[in-house]
Ligand binder design. Sequence first.
Ligand SMILES: Nc1nc2c(ncn2[C@@H]2O[C@H](COP(=O)(O)OP(=O)(O)OP(=O)(O)O)[C@@H](O)[C@H]2O)c(=O)[nH]1
Ligand SMILES: [Mg+2]
Length: 368
Amino acid sequence: MFGFLRRKKTPAEPEYNAPLPSASESGTVDGASAATLLPPPNESARVVTAPLVEPAAHAVQEKPKSRFWQQLSRSRNNLTEGLGNLFLGKKTLDAEILEELETRLILADVGQATTRALIKELEQQISRKQIHDPEALFEKLRELMITRLAAVQRPVSPRVHHPHVILMCGINGAGKTTTIGKLAHWFRQSGQTVMLAAGDTFRAAAVEQLMTWGARNQIPVIGEPGRGDAASVLFDAVQAARARGMEVLIADTAGRLHTQGGLMDELKKLTRVLDKAEPGAPHEVLLVLDASIGQNALNQARQFHQAVGVTGLIVTKLDGTAKGGIIFAIADELALPIEFIGIGEALDDLRPFDPTAYVDTLLDRESA
Ligand SMILES: Nc1nc2c(ncn2[C@@H]2O[C@H](COP(=O)(O)OP(=O)(O)OP(=O)(O)O)[C@@H](O)[C@H]2O)c(=O)[nH]1
Ligand SMILES: [Mg+2]
């Protein structure tokens, strides 16, 4: 069932800016809620003697929402708030519903082309009498959205090269260095050894920023402040990773605009240097895209892909934007795999991209 069809906000749902549980705490919260929902082992024996009391309606507790749910609240509210009002009390489908849906999708930055395609498909299904009521309309919308995203989902594959070399790229401030910190944490959690290469030799304090992430993850960082040549840092890092038997090497790079020809050439040079240091490297070129810049992300991605052959995307800052629909435009128009999404600045705010979880969260659909 879609939550927004029956209510605006649950009491259990904290405000967007409310303090959030830390990485370790969030596990405890989920664990605690699971424990309170499960009956004790000898529940059936006790039920026989317990008085049969009908639970009061207000005593029914909603499951606490996950951090993922909380962090995507802006996009969810943007997409569903107007629809909730529109649907209140409606039992039949009319043109107004589709029009409002179209507007909402555009406002959420799903993009003109993708929105049109979704609405057209729904219109066709309605005229073929395959959809009869608002709830069925949303079930279909959900299904269509998941299908579109599933086409670009790439399960995080086992890393076969040692070291598996990942080159990160993107424009200034997209979230590359932060994402590297989170990605390193993710690899560490999945039991792999990780090393970082401080390939942003351009921006002041970029190396120190990466070193801080290295320290937080307790992993080595190759490079030092003041070193001017990114290519030589990356070359050394590959050798160090190989010598120390590292499974994953993640290389940071300086932010650059996709329109800066000279800097894009430098990025190409970095890929050549990596290939020289380790034939076949980089095994992945991950482009970091800031979701909050909306449709501009598409053009950036095309240019980076043309220059260095992007193998996958990481879409960041989905927590800070009401335009989480950009994921659909990215999926439809770029057809590049979306590997991870960034939903905050904490160490575990990076999630492998899961189309079903993403769509259900955006559409305020309650999980079973
Ligand atoms: N809310 C939010 N903020 C993020 C996310 N990812 C990164 N940031 C923030 O975005 C800002 C820029 O992040 P950086 O990692 O320094 O970006 P960068 O691409 O390395 O920037 P340059 O090295 O200057 O090109 C920092 O304040 C990060 O904390 C995210 O998923 N959500
Ligand atoms: Mg950086």
